[in-house]
Write a protein that binds this ligand. Structure first.
Ligand code: PLP
Length: 379
């Protein structure tokens, strides 16, 4: 038997995460100028980097000879001030992806199971499978989480439930009251990981106080990221908020220096840049209106989204995706999420959205089998 054959079966069975195609890769493949490519594939922030964050990171460069502060005193203090929690309730991640993985490693063994929804974030099955635990995928309802079905799926061996709100790649949203009832009904010895990567984009009327629930639910872990609305995807900073006893466990399996010193400096600065956050949400709101109006004009159908992307039904999605690439527009196929007829497009700047809509209009005019309503009719 070869070395790789001897790797655990549950590791060999993992289907690797498929990230959005990098601009540099498409430029190489097509011989295109990078500047001519529009990437709307990874839900990145089209505003670029917050100025105060950039300045703080530049200053931090001078100190990279030292290890970072492993307990991230200043960053935890900043998160604590901003979200009204104790520093002992904060666990930091190299991206919130890291927080999800740490949670799985801290609470799951190969004898346990974890519950998540169909069409939910791909990282949940990945981190569960890496441990050899059993993933229980619950069928979706209107592309979103079916909370009663998820509750019913929790078995005696279930230790973790993952919820993304809003969800990626569908953009669906669960109202706070329903979520709160769900968490209250989950057994106390099951961890609820509430992944709120896109919560900053919610309009005021839909906001709910998940951080305020922490006092009542010692089995709740709220996960947040600086990759989306805060515009620092490449920096890799996320954090989890939970009871100190949960954070203590998570910290035991966390790499001691998982958030580097430049990332800590940038994160501290961006958390104070509320003007950047406000502009992110404003640009996203306007861009979402622009993109959905454009999709309606093309007669396409999409899943109503509460995040910074929209998932649109195009029929032969692989073909449409390839043709968009050739037009210099990178979007995200979501067949791996059980949505083979759909493509996910991130909301960009006004000009990027326009480039996407123009390219999409041309492509679907050339590809047979794209399901369309009368162009211009209401959805
Ligand atoms: C983007 C995303 C994340 C995490 O991103 P990080 O860059 O690792 O912080 C987490 N959950 C969902 C649902 C996401 O879409």
């Amino acid at each position: 038997m070869s070395l790789t054959d001897r790797a655990p079966a549950h590791v060999r069975a993992i289907a690797p995460y498929q990230p959005g195609k990098p601009i540099s890769e498409l430029a190489r493949e097509l011989g295109l100028d990078e500047a001519s490519i529009v990437k709307l594939a990874s839900n990145e922030n089209p505003l670029g980097v917050s100025e105060p964050a950039l300045a703080a990171m530049t200053r931090a460069l001078a100190d990279v000879t030292r290890y970072p502060d492993g307990s991230a005193f200043e960053l935890k203090a900043a998160i604590s001030r901003r979200f009204g929690v104790q520093p002992a309730q904060v666990v930091l991640g190299n991206g919130s992806n890291d927080v999800l993985e740490i949670a799985a490693r801290a609470f799951l063994t190969a004898a346990d199971s974890a519950v998540y929804s169909r069409h939910a974030f791909a990282v949940y099955p990945l981190v569960v499978q890496a441990i050899g635990a059993r993933g229980i995928e619950v069928p979706a309802r209107d592309f979103g989480h079916d909370l009663p079905a998820m509750l019913a799926a929790i078995g005696p061996d279930t230790r973790v439930v993952f919820i993304a709100n809003p969800n990626n790649p569908t953009g669906t949203f669960i109202e706070g009251a329903a979520l709160e009832r769900f968490i209250a009904a989950v057994p106390e010895d099951v961890l609820v990981v509430l992944d709120e990567a896109y919560t900053d984009y919610l309009p005021e009327a839909l906001r709910y106080d998940s951080v305020g629930w922490l006092g009542r639910f010692p089995n709740l872990l709220v996960s947040r990221t600086l990759a989306k609305a805060y515009g620092l995807a490449g920096l890799r900073v996320g954090f989890g908020l939970a009871a100190p006893s949960v954070v203590d466990l998570l910290d035991r399996v966390r790499q001691p220096f998982n958030v580097n010193s430049i990332a800590q400096a940038g994160a501290i600065a961006v958390l104070d840049d509320l003007e950047f956050l406000r502009r992110s949400c404003e640009v996203n709101r306007a861009g979402m209106a622009q993109v959905t109006a454009g999709l309606a004009a093309l007669g396409l159908e999409w899943i109503p989204s509460f995040a910074n992307f929209v998932t649109v039904r195009v029929g032969p999605a692989a073909e449409v995706f390839q043709r968009l690439l050739r037009a210099g527009v990178i979007v995200r196929p979501v067949a791996g999420y059980g949505l083979p007829e759909y493509l996910r497009v991130s909301i960009g700047t006004e000009a990027e959205n326009r480039r996407f809509l123009e390219a999409l209009g041309t492509v679907i005019g050339a590809v047979p089998g794209v399901p369309r309503r009368q162009p211009g009719s209401a959805r």
